[in-house]
Design a protein around this ligand. Structure first.
Ligand code: ADP
Ligand code: MG
Length: 240
């Protein structure tokens, strides 16, 4: 589904990604972990062209999204992204947050979009919040709305950048449960997270990143029980 071929990314003099190569298969759930500043967000943002790699290429579903003629809007429709800070539209109800893009971008009818939106609100456990404004929601509820809002566009890939890092501890679980449910539907997912237990339980593979490089790429059991690199050992000692 996603092929990342030796990508680098520099901001001015600073090389943030130093040649990363990996693949994510259809239906695979990959957890991206590593120290702060190691390039996790930048890697994720390259996957939906919020950042453009300086060199190298990214192929999604057979299409080179880094080619100069790539249709960025079309590519982004295939890929949902959920951020640490929800980015909901504050002046729209929850329902309208969900229906806005399908109507505007996909040309869905209002009725159709609302039916789909309500289905998804139900799926994330928020059927009763359709008519409220985001300011009335807890952080966990906001993040579940943000996930539903991405899913309403029927993406083939979902990217998550520390989706629970801004939440109070008691709200982390409800969001992780929604993500786990999504993983079980066969969604292709790349998740930057500090939730090690979640990563171990839900992911098919861990990408451990440090200083702009993929240092380890292994099944979660192997990674957590027997990390190969000194850097991964040190990182795990700090976070566990
Ligand atoms: P992580 O998500 O692993 O914490 P990031 O990918 O956000 O790391 O950042 C990696 C490095 O790139 C950091 O040193 C950060 O300051 C730098 N960086 C990220 N985005 C930009 C940007 N738009 N301009 C300049 N430097 C950036
Ligand atoms: Mg980050």
């Amino acid at each position: 589904m996603i092929k990342i071929n030796n990508i680098t990314k520099s901001f001015g003099q600073l090389e943030v990604l130093k040649g990363m190569t990996t693949e994510i298969r259809k239906g695979e759930v990959v957890a991206i972990i590593g120290p702060s500043g190691s390039g996790k967000s930048t890697l994720l943002r390259c996957m939906n062209l919020l950042e453009i790699p300086t060199t190298g290429s990214i192929i999604i579903d057979g299409q080179d999204i880094t080619a100069p003629k790539a249709d960025v809007l079309k590519i982004r429709q295939k890929i949902g992204m959920v951020f640490q800070h929800f980015h909901l539209f504050p002046h729209m109800t929850v329902l309208n947050n969900l229906t806005y893009a399908p109507i505007k971008v996909k040309g869905m009818s209002k009725a159709q979009a609302e039916t789909k939106a309500k289905e998804l609100l139900n799926r994330v456990g928020l059927s009763d919040k359709a008519d409220v404004y985001p300011s009335r929601l807890s952080g966990g509820q906001k993040q579940r709305v943000a996930i539903a809002r991405s899913l309403v566009m029927e993406p083939e890939i979902m990217l998550f950048d520390e989706p629970t890092s801004a939440l109070d501890p008691e709200m982390v679980k409800e969001v992780l449960e929604v993500m786990k449910g999504l993983a079980h539907t066969g969604m292709t997912m790349a998740i930057v997270t500090h939730e090690m237990r979640f990563a171990e339980e839900v992911s098919d593979r861990i990408l451990f990143i440090d200083h702009g490089q993929i240092i380890e790429e292994t099944p979660p059991k192997e990674f957590f029980q027997n990390p190969q690199s000194e850097r991964a050992k040190q990182f795990l000692e700090k976070v566990r």
